[in-house]
Design a protein around this ligand. Structure first.
Ligand SMILES: Cc1cc2nc3c(=O)[nH]c(=O)nc-3n(C[C@H](O)[C@H](O)[C@H](O)COP(=O)(O)OP(=O)(O)OC[C@H]3O[C@@H](n4cnc5c(N)ncnc54)[C@H](O)[C@@H]3O)c2cc1C
Length: 533
């Protein structure tokens, strides 16, 4: 496939053209919170790949971290976030997160989110690497679903246009090279449409599907990050992937997340001999996620690993979703340890933004998991990502509301060479290639990396890239994005010769001060650049 602004070639002729003032791409916590706030001033349209509920947000279990408890403060939250970030956090962004968090969560409650309460007071739980009980949850372990439900209800009650089953393929620009809108596959009509706007907010979530084992739903293929990269956006910290230590590991079952809150409430990790192998490690079961994930990976070389809920009273009440899902696979967590393993969970990197959500491309903003301002550093603190989505979506709305934008005109959109042949058949066996990419990324660019493994991953992915011709179908388009992001992860991971947070190199097993900087890459760069923030 050619290195180009576009995954598929297209022509300006024969496209349906739609206009809106602000386009929000994605309907997770970041996209919907941004849309709701922006709708006070702008005509807003949300484009989303499947139905409005689907995305990582809906699956979030443990909760949302926020310094609202009496014995807590934004300073403590700030300190814990920085400690988890392994020397790479953008301190100003962390300050904003911790300080604006309470106000944003209160707003979420006003918008109808019902967090669990005890004696009518908000009920806070504790998770790994948090010094305080500061994690709000809803319906036990259905926090994301409850937040999404509340936000969807508000969006539906306002004059916000939502287009479901609209797959964003690429960005389009005006004659000045500024973002003018997006190219979209309307999966209902099967037609490609152009959507033009004054400004575009990218909130398309993460890319866990690049890995064989992942807690992320099928749609998390990093489309928005890949499209932004093609358009010339800078990507930052793409080598930092968080692997969650505890996902259900059973043949034929999805890598269903067993929330960190389970260990927070006392569940223990055991090897096949029933030994607590985390006992001698600082933080034990609640050590940082990368430490726990690697300890489990090491154990799994010899034996399966289990999470034992037996010391919790009534785990079915506190973790109803985990309880019922495990029961579906024949495991009663109140009596039987659950077989678990690590799985790709969260992308610390993404489209590089400043603290106001601005990218290097005019009119393009990004927030949520697809964006990176360095707030999580090299390793995200548990339950900080829902808060990140809220707080930085809110920063974007502040920034956008103070600006004057001009609505893009179709005649000012840059023309393109090449005509899309609607009948073009893709070159790839999509299912086969998708599996190959996931295997390669898991084995060679996953929890434990080496120069040799990353080189092998890179050369295999380059071959796929060269041979790949997409067709106008979502699985093909996703595959193109997955290959291109796999290459970027392998490249940035290869160049970072140290271990830090979510990036572990067994050939460079320690953090090195020289590498205390963020990787930045944009299309056309021969080498990865580095910046300090
Ligand atoms: C199983 C699980 C448990 C988690 N638990 C927690 C937790 O307890 N606490 C916490 O803080 N975080 C948790 N996380 C992480 C957190 O849920 C996510 O980081 C966060 O929800 C991301 O929100 P978002 O709005 O950025 O993206 P998402 O919620 O993933 O939304 C992305 C949106 O973009 C759309 N989209 C994607 N591609 C396209 C395209 N090409 N065209 C159009 N639309 C597109 C999707 O359809 C979706 O609507 C968890 C994640 C998972 C997977």
């Amino acid at each position: 496939m050619k290195d180009s602004d576009f995954l598929i070639p297209w022509s300006k002729d024969s496209l349906v053209v739609n206009y809106t003032e602000v386009l929000v791409l994605g309907s997770g916590i970041a996209g919907l919170f941004a849309a709701i706030k922006l709708s006070r001033k702008f005509d807003v349209t949300v484009l989303t790949k499947k139905n409005i509920m689907e995305g990582n947000t809906e699956h979030a279990q443990g909760g949302i971290a926020v310094a609202l408890n009496q014995d807590d403060s934004p300073e403590f939250h700030y300190g814990d976030t920085i400690l988890a970030g392994a020397g790479l956090c953008n301190l100003e962004a962390v300050k904003i997160l911790a300080e604006k968090g309470p106000e944003c969560v209160r707003r979420l409650i006003e918008l109808g989110t019902k967090f669990d309460r005890h004696d009518n007071e908000l009920d806070f739980t504790k998770e790994g690497a948090h010094s305080k009980r500061r994690v709000l949850h809803a319906r036990g372990d259905a926090t994301g679903e409850e937040i999404e439900r509340a936000l969807v209800e508000v969006v539906r009650s306002r004059l916000i246009t939502v287009k479901e089953n609209h797959y964003v393929i690429d960005f389009i620009k005006n004659h000045h090279g500024e973002i003018a809108g997006v190219l979209v596959l309307n999966q209902i009509s099967g037609k490609v449409e152009a959507w033009l706007a004054k400004a575009v907010v990218l909130a398309t979530g993460g890319l866990g599907q690049l890995y064989k084992h992942t807690t992320n739903p099928e749609l998390a293929t990093g489309d928005g990050i890949a499209a932004a990269y093609r358009a010339g956006a800078e990507l930052m910290d793409m080598e930092f992937i968080q692997f969650h230590p505890t996902a259900l590991l059973l043949p034929g079952a999805p890598s269903f997340l067993i929330s960190e809150a389970a260990r927070g409430e006392g569940a223990k990790l055991l090897n096949v001999r029933g030994e607590r192998f985390m006992e001698g490690i600082p933080g034990q079961e609640l050590a940082p996620r990368d430490v726990v994930a690697r300890a489990i990976w090491e154990q799994m070389k010899d034996s399966p690993v289990y999470l034992d809920f037996s010391c919790l009273e009534q785990p079915q009440d506190r973790f109803p979703t985990i309880y019922s899902t495990c029961l579906d696979y024949g495991i009663d967590i109140s009596t039987t340890p659950v077989p678990i393993g690590p799985a790709a969970h969260y992308m610390m990197g993404g489209v590089k933004v400043n603290n106001m959500g601005e990218t290097n491309l005019a009119n393009l903003y990004a927030c949520g998991e697809c964006a990176c301002n360095g707030v999580h550093g090299a390793n995200r603190l548990a339950s900080n990502s829902l808060l990140d989505g809220l707080v930085f979506a809110s920063m974007i709305t502040d920034s956008l509301s103070s600006k004057t934008f001009v609505l893009a005109k179709w005649e000012n959109v840059r023309p393109f060479k090449g005509v899309w042949d609607i009948n073009q058949k893709g070159s790839a066996d999509v299912q086969f290639l998708r599996k190959q990419i996931k295997d390669i990324m898991w084995e060679k660019a996953g929890i434990i990396r080496t120069q040799q493994g990353l080189l092998e991953a890179y050369s295999q992915l380059i071959k796929f890239w060269e041979e790949f011709t997409p067709s106008l179908e979502v699985p093909h388009l996703e595959l193109g994005n997955m290959i291109s992001l796999g290459l970027i992860i392998a490249k940035t991971a290869m160049e970072r010769e140290e271990s830090r947070g979510g990036h572990y190199r067994s050939d460079f097993p320690f953090a090195n001060k020289h590498w205390q900087k963020h990787s930045v890459l944009k299309r056309g760069d021969q080498h990865v650049g580095y910046v300090s923030i």
